[in-house]
Design a protein. Structure first.
Length: 157
């Protein structure tokens, strides 16, 4: 159980980063009222794992996150970190909620790469705005992605 509240994130691999050594699992992470902004900050939310490390990542909740700019995706979930697929322990990422995130500049709003045999499940976005996303989302093997009142580059989803 982790609570991250009222923090300012600048340079680095991610504002809130979970993984990659995740074999024991992570659950119940709450981040709220944080500010992230730097051309040297890679992502706002980053979850990274692979099938050598495995593990369960669940019940991750972000709300009221203000992002000026990030170099990569605002939200990045990647099962292909380092060793990638082919290991004996397929990872599980499920039940991730992002409410009231505003990102003013990014490469993508979403970069989600699960496995066909172990998809990313249950990502919920509510009341989020992603401006100036240079590229379209990348969604590989994602199930139960819900978007309510989400805008990307001025387009409602």
């Amino acid at each position: 159980n982790l609570i991250i509240r009222g923090c300012q994130m600048k340079d680095g691999h991610g504002g809130v980063t979970i993984g990659s050594e995740i074999s024991g699992g992570v659950r119940n992470v709450f981040a709220e009222k944080c500010r992230m902004d730097s051309p040297n900050l890679d992502r706002a939310l980053r979850i990274k794992t692979n099938s050598v490390r495995g593990g369960v990542i669940e019940q991750i909740h972000l709300r009221d996150i203000d992002v000026g700019q990030v170099a990569g995706a605002a939200i990045d979930v990647d099962f292909y970190y380092e060793e990638g697929e082919g290991g004996a322990f397929p990872p599980t990422v499920r039940d991730v909620t992002v409410e009231r995130m505003r990102c003013r500049k990014s490469e993508r709003a979403l970069h989600l790469r699960g496995y066909a045999a172990s998809p990313i499940r249950g990502l919920r976005l509510t009341d989020c705005v992603f401006e100036n996303a240079a590229k379209p989302d990348r969604l590989d093997h994602v199930e139960q992605l819900t978007q309510h009142n989400v805008t990307v580059n001025g387009q409602k989803r």
